[in-house]
Design a protein around this ligand. Structure first.
Ligand SMILES: [Fe+2]
Length: 215
């Protein structure tokens, strides 16, 4: 699946509502708010989804009112806009990808194809996780750590500040770790490394593998 095709599939999740073709709607979590405990508490998920993610969607809709991007697909806004409009569109999109890849009953193993690529490019799954953990710990301020692929299936890890997204670099995101404090501070306070280590317990490798299977 190309980056554009992936965007198109994900944009189906963020549909304009029926009242206005230029407004995006907040997508509900695909599991209960408390389903990821003890790794992520119900309180964290309610704030993360209902306040922060929903806030990005609402701000995006507000900014679109006087924008030439009104009525355009989310992917076009992320790829072509700049400033606050791009930031809020990207955060809306990033969070949908983030929430989708988590599960209370995660598949804990990558597909054979993805595992082979991980072993080729990082040595082992454990080495990949350790490298992403280090990247998360070392990212100054707010941002995202991504496992991404190019269109030939070569994998890489990206540390992106703020709303940064691999798609704007021509890469396809497979797995995103949100290292904004709002993602973990209620449960882990300043212990970001502990939060990221815990997150692996709810990463659904079936979801991540499906993304890799459709490059
Ligand atoms: Fe977040």
């Amino acid at each position: 699946m190309t980056a554009t095709a992936l965007f198109l599939s994900l944009s189906l999740m963020t549909q304009p509502d029926s009242a206005s073709a230029s407004r995006f709607v907040v997508r509900e979590l695909p599991y209960a708010y408390g389903a990821l405990a003890p790794y992520l508490s119900e309180e964290t998920m309610r704030f993360h989804h209902d306040k922060h993610y929903a806030g990005y969607v609402n701000k995006l809709n507000e900014l679109l009112l006087d924008s030439p991007f009104a009525g355009q697909p989310l992917e076009d806004i992320v790829l072509s806009a700049d400033g606050a409009l791009c930031n809020n569109a990207a955060q809306a999109w990033n969070h949908e990808l983030f929430f989708e890849q988590l599960s209370p009953q995660p598949v804990r193993e990558p597909s054979p194809e993805l595992r082979a690529a991980i072993e080729r490019d990082f040595g082992s799954l454990e080495a990949l996780q350790a490298q992403m953990n280090r990247a998360a710990a070392g990212l100054f301020g707010s941002g995202w750590v991504w496992l991404a692929s190019d269109r030939e299936g070569r994998l890489s890890i990206l540390s992106e500040p703020n709303a940064g997204n691999p798609v704007r670099r021509g890469l396809i995101p497979l797995l995103g770790i949100d290292v904004w404090e709002h993602a973990y501070y209620l449960d882990y306070r300043n212990r970001r490394a502990d939060a990221v280590a815990a997150l692996w317990n709810v990463i659904d490798w079936r979801c991540v593998s499906d993304r890799y299977a459709h490059l």
